[in-house]
Design a protein around this ligand. Structure first.
Ligand SMILES: C[S@@+](CC[C@H](N)C(=O)[O-])C[C@H]1O[C@@H](n2cnc3c(N)ncnc32)[C@H](O)[C@@H]1O
Length: 228
């Protein structure tokens, strides 16, 4: 996470209120539907596996959904507010560990190919400084698939509505590249399938499955280009 993102994920837009940006009941309908579809897909893909990583665990939204289905769930984040929130949920589970760290440097925290599957969802990839560095970092520590969801290009209007609904003050929109900037420091990118394909290739990954979810988000499953 870049320094400028810090205030956003430390809750600057919401003061003492809940962190609405990661709580589906505050979203416009299309995004609520995306969240339930993504949760369903992840549960199908991850059930009965051993080691799962969520890169950018946020407030721990997925812990109660995924942890009961897997042996070990590790969440990593670098924002204090996010870590506190995720930890308060994690303490209910004996198989969940929340770690303070940078998702660009996962190889410093875990052995090579330690995780069966990794997740980097709800546009976490669109918040990082360098997507290729993050994808390479995930590749290093993941044996099987890496599941990514990002904002889909071509959805500027829906995103404007989402930020407005949640009370996030947007200061500018790069309409050519579909990147939103908030007063609190968020820089949020979006992607086409072709964009992700190129980023994946640069990180020695290929897309094995993809779909758009409710016309607002892009879901991809990535695997290593290396033969296992
Ligand atoms: C859009 S939120 C998604 C949270 C969660 N995955 C979810 O689906 O609810 C992105 C999260 O990634 C974290 N993050 C962004 N860049 C990071 C980095 N380089 N290292 C660790 N965490 C990062 C942010 O602090 C934030 O909690």
């Amino acid at each position: 996470m870049s320094i400028s993102d810090r205030n956003f994920f430390e809750g600057k837009d919401f003061g003492n209120s809940p962190f609405k940006a990661l709580i589906p009941k505050y979203y416009p309908l299309a995004y609520q539907k995306y969240i339930s579809e993504e949760t369903k897909l992840l549960k199908q893909k991850l059930a009965w596996t051993n080691n799962i990583l969520e890169a950018g665990v946020g407030i721990g939204r997925l812990i109660s959904e995924i942890a009961p289905l897997v042996k070990n769930f590790v969440g990593i984040d670098n924002a204090t507010l996010m870590l506190n929130e995720a930890n308060s949920i994690a303490k209910e589970y004996t198989n969940v560990k929340i770690i303070h760290g940078n998702i660009e440097e996962l190889n410093e925290l875990f052995p090579r190919k330690y995780f069966d599957y990794s997740l980097c969802v709800w546009n976490t990839l669109g918040n990082v400084d360098d997507e290729i560095v993050v994808l390479k970092s995930l590749w290093n520590v993941t044996k099987g698939s890496i599941f990514i969801t990002t904002y889909l290009k071509g959805t500027i209007e829906q995103r404007e509505n989402r930020y407005q609904t949640m009370g996030i003050e947007i200061t500018s929109i790069d309409k050519d590249n579909e990147i939103f900037y908030s007063k609190s420091g968020l820089r949020s990118k979006s992607y086409s399938l072709q964009d992700i394909k190129q980023l994946a290739l640069a990180a020695w990954l290929k897309i094995v499955e993809s779909q758009t979810i409710h016309n607002v988000m892009l879901w991809v499953e990535l695997k290593s280009l290396e033969k296992n």
